[in-house]
Design a protein around this ligand. Structure first.
Ligand code: PLP
Length: 281
């Protein structure tokens, strides 16, 4: 496979990463995952806008322009001949003798890979089981940073209970999944945590809120409690790789089962429509 290393597309075997790259030592970096449908990346501009925002929030300077990064991403997808799949792009603060203090002018390193992957049809159709656990992450979850230990720990706990995703709450207020945004539906109203520092404002989340607006589905972006999660009519999660997946049960800090409801199905269908439309352009 071919990968992006700096600003070059090279064979993966030819990559050499410094032992003291700050991404490796500190998790000092950011990333994006973009879905490729029919050879075309979906919402590429939105993903790279967020990439720039994450860089800005961490005082990192792009080594070359966003336009060039987009071109390299397109080259990477072509080089690997991806029809359906994902492209992963990350930027670390680069290599320097290990010390906590970073220099603002340090040369950041961009790397990326692409791989084939089909949309998770079964999860989308039949739904997934989830596990609710305390949100132990830091207070800048709005940054798509490489520091994902809270997320990976939560995902492990969920898997240990045979659940496909972890849902998280801070002192009883539901935030998001370990790698997804979280929604409940109650009396036909969609509720999801507001886009504050406590969640990642998903690109898929932004599409869903726009679609809800177009479809006349009420949305309430106020945090909801674990009790409200338990009492929801429908629950679903969203992410680039999942699109929308219905949640059929929650275990852990609260327990409930849910039917796959009409609001979830409608949003799923309309999101698929958006993805198809994009492929035409
Ligand atoms: N929240 C977290 C913590 C994530 O890691 C992700 C994506 O992986 C999302 C939400 C969903 O974001 P997006 O829809 O942009 O993929």
């Amino acid at each position: 496979p071919f990968v992006l290393f700096g600003n070059q597309i090279i064979e993966r075997d030819h990559v050499s990463i410094d032992m003291e790259d700050r991404g490796y030592n500190f998790g000092d970096g950011i990333y994006e995952v973009v879905y490729i449908y029919g050879g075309e990346p979906f919402s590429l501009n939105e993903h790279f806008r967020r990439f720039e925002e994450s860089a800005q929030k961490l005082d990192m300077k792009l080594p070359y322009s966003i336009e060039q990064i987009k071109e390299k991403t397109a080259e990477l997808i072509k080089a690997n001949n991806i029809h359906n799949g994902i492209v992963y792009i990350q930027m670390t603060r680069g290599a320097s003798p290990r010390a906590h203090l970073f220099e603002r002018e340090s040369a950041c390193l961009i790397t990326g890979f692409a791989r084939k992957m089909d949309p998770p049809a079964e999860a989308q159709e039949k739904g997934i089981k989830t596990y609710l656990t305390p949100d132990i992450r830091w207070l800048r979850c709005d940054i798509k940073s490489l520091n994902l230990l809270g997320n990976t720990m939560a995902k492990r706990i969920a898997a240990d209970h045979s659940c496909g995703e972890a849902l998280q709450h801070r002192e009883g207020l539901c935030t998001e999944g370990s790698s997804s945004n979280l929604y409940i539906v109650k009396h036909n109203e969609v509720r999801t945590h507001p886009a504050t520092n406590l969640i990642l404002n998903g690109i898929t989340r932004q599409h869903i809120l726009e679609i809800a607006g177009e479809e006349g589905i009420a949305v309430n972006e106020e945090p909801f409690t674990t009790e409200e999660l338990q009492a929801a009519d429908e629950v679903f999660i969203s992410s680039t790789t999942m699109e929308i997946a219905p949640v059929i049960s929650v275990e852990g800090d609260v327990q409930a089962t849910y039917p796959i409801g009409p609001v979830t199905r409608r949003l799923q269908e309309k999101l698929k429509d958006r993805i198809k439309q994009h492929r035409v352009h």
